[in-house]
Design a protein around this ligand. Structure first.
Ligand SMILES: Cc1cc2nc3c(=O)[nH]c(=O)nc-3n(C[C@H](O)[C@H](O)[C@H](O)COP(=O)(O)O)c2cc1C
Length: 307
């Protein structure tokens, strides 16, 4: 897939995941086969009023092959201003979040709420396209409570989006039920711009099913949690490396950039995902979930993975 002069060189994209897709995780996913990686969603208002937070969230790794920055907001002019924020210069693509169902986002008319105001959504895309130095994409869901993805996707195309990403669920579904791959296939046939399929890709079988929709790329979120090697596995190369070394690298990148106390709490969920399904994991889950230090957690993880 080629977007403007950005050549993806592969079709596997790590999804934006707030509170999950940190720079360390993006680095290990990239080394293990992700062709492009997306930042956590970045608030346009925060960029203008609380830039320190944005600066911390936009730290990136030189191992990321194509860096996608994801923004959210509901005011076209604020979003246009935010696009000139210096920390965004590192991104080769700017993605607009029009799919987040989280109440604190929706109540501000942002994320998936924009699927209920197609005119405003169009205005936002047009304004961002006009003010962005790089191609603009849009990520959305089927709709708020029913499938309007064809109309919405066509609107994105007409408004100047370079490609679109569809998560095959409504906002109301949250993460329940199944992603609708038929809807993804219909959208792919209805627009000329590239379509990225997203939702429930966790293994070779679901990946093949997603590819059958005809999509130009596949975005993976939860399937990569605790399993950054999924990208290389989907490319047909079983992972036979040292999982502990992968975890250690994820941790080291974060330690070089963030406060240790904050990281101690932040990393717990990643550690629990990493050990999920591993032999002996049940014995250390509680210790990991309450671990007072990263070194303590690493010691426990080393024992699990060195056996
Ligand atoms: C913890 C978490 C955080 C997420 N944060 C974002 C986000 O910041 N922006 C976004 O567009 N989607 C976000 N998503 C949605 C994912 O990008 C993706 O669309 C969704 O998880 C479905 O894909 P999957 O089945 O591969 O996980 C998030 C999902 C999870 C589980």
């Amino acid at each position: 897939m080629k977007i403007g002069n950005v050549d993806f060189n592969g079709n596997l994209i790590l999804a934006p995941m707030a509170g999950v897709s940190d720079v360390g995780f993006r680095e290990v996913c990239s080394i293990l086969g992700a062709d492009a990686t997306c930042s956590e969603m970045l608030s346009c208002r925060a960029m203008l009023h609380n830039p320190k937070k944005t600066d911390l969230m936009t730290i990136s790794s030189s191992y990321e092959k194509i860096k996608i920055g994801q923004i959210f907001g509901h005011e076209p002019e604020i979003m246009a201003q935010a696009l000139s924020y210096p920390a965004l210069e590192k991104y080769q693509i700017m993605d607009i979040n029009m799919g987040c169902p989280a109440p604190k986002i929706v109540k501000n008319g942002e994320g998936s709420a924009l699927m209920g105001d197609i005119n405003l959504a169009s205005q936002i895309i047009q304004t961002c396209v006009k003010n962005s130095k790089v191609p603009v994409s849009v990520k959305f869901r089927l709709g708020i409570n029913k499938d309007i993805s064809l109309d919405f996707g066509r609107m994105c195309e007409e408004s100047g989006a370079s490609y679109i990403t569809l998560h095959g669920r409504t906002a109301e579904m949250g993460y329940s039920g199944k992603a609708d791959y038929e809807a993804i296939a219909r959208l792919k046939s209805a627009v000329k711009i590239p379509v990225i399929g997203n939702g429930d890709v966790t293994d070779k079988e679901s990946y093949e099913r997603m590819l059958q929709t005809g999509v130009d790329g596949v975005m993976i979120g939860r399937g990569a949690q605790g399993r950054p090697w999924i990208f290389q596995e989907l490319k047909g190369k079983a992972f036979d490396g040292d999982k502990f070394e992968v975890i250690k690298r994820h941790v080291d990148v974060l330690r070089a950039n963030y406060d240790e106390d904050w990281l101690t709490l932040y990393l717990r969920k990643h550690f629990l995902w990493y050990v999920s399904g591993e032999e002996g994991a049940s014995k250390i889950r509680l210790q990991l979930a309450t671990s007072p230090s990263i070194d303590e957690s690493l010691k426990l993880l080393k024992e699990i993975f060195k056996n």
